[in-house]
Design a protein around this ligand. Structure first.
Ligand SMILES: [Zn+2]
Length: 283
């Protein structure tokens, strides 16, 4: 049977320097409609990157629940490092009221809250532990799982995860293209204990940017279906605005509808984690 776990990395919740860079890009490619949209959205009170209500509506309509990985980023800003802008500018604070309220709402209503480990936390136990504690403090109970920002990982990352009390990690996945990384079709246990890695199969942008993605998608789904695999999907919270990210929302809905037509079982990652570990206890 095909199993499906939907997830959303919450990298950013408000648009920031992107207004300027998207405006510049649209002017360069002479896309004046988009340039106008960037100007208008800059001066309006809309929040193009606040899409929680839309995700909630979509998932309620489809009768599914997902996992939201929240990011407690603290990397310092460095003006002369353009890559750093993406990491440090315009980020949300985990303790700001709007964020804590949406986390608590999701948590109370059947969605799962996980930790999106910050950019430098993949090899920093104290930092990741602090982020985990902050998020647990906000929702009032332990979290089960994590995924590292940018899928950063080294040989110590899972040791850190296990040591500080995560039960599963979903960082294992491709950043270019999509599908199965290094033949790991099924969840696996790197330490042969109850710590489980649940591989990520499809991410939004790498999927959208892959040529013939629906054809490749079909092959992947059939393979997972045959092997009782879990289709783990990550659609970032910000991409549900169709003006900002055309085709993203439609693709997300289409995948869910297709999996439903194949009688897939939908659950959150922590629910699948329990299923994986309980099944083995019974054997
Ligand atoms: Zn991220």
């Amino acid at each position: 049977m095909l199993r499906v776990a939907l997830s959303h990395d919450v990298d950013r919740t408000r648009k920031h320097y992107q207004y300027i860079s998207y405006l510049a890009k649209s002017l360069i490619r002479k896309d004046f409609d988009n340039a106008k949209y960037q100007m208008q959205s800059f001066f309006s009170k809309d929040e193009p990157y606040w899409n929680f209500p839309e995700i909630i509506r979509i998932e309620e309509d489809l009768g599914v629940k997902s996992t939201f990985f929240f990011l407690d980023e603290s990397i310092p800003f460095r003006l002369f490092d353009k890559k750093n802008w993406q990491l440090s500018l315009g980020r949300y604070k985990i303790r700001e009221r709007k964020i804590t309220e949406i986390m608590q709402y999701l948590d109370k209503n059947g969605w799962e809250i996980g930790v999106h480990g910050s950019y430098l936390s993949f090899n920093n136990e104290n930092l990741l532990k602090k982020e985990k504690n902050n998020i647990e403090d906000i929702i009032g109970h332990n979290v089960t799982g994590t995924r590292q920002h940018y899928l950063n990982r080294d040989e110590n990352t899972w040791k850190i995860h296990r040591k500080i009390g995560f039960k599963y990690d979903s960082t294992w996945g491709l950043t270019k293209g999509f599908g199965i990384k290094e033949d790991k079709i099924l969840p696996f246990k790197p330490f042969d204990d109850d710590f489980v890695v649940i591989p990520l199969m499809i991410m939004d942008t790498p999927f959208i940017e892959t040529k013939n993605h629906w054809k490749q998608y079909k092959q992947l789904i059939e393979l997972l279906d045959k092997n009782n695999g879990i289709l783990v999907i990550n659609w970032h919270q910000r991409v549900f605005n169709e003006k900002e990210f055309p085709f993203y929302k439609d693709a997300y809905v289409r995948i869910i509808e297709d999996c439903k037509s194949r009688n897939a079982k939908f659950a959150t990652l922590s629910e699948f984690y329990l299923e994986i570990t309980e099944n083995e206890d019974n054997n």
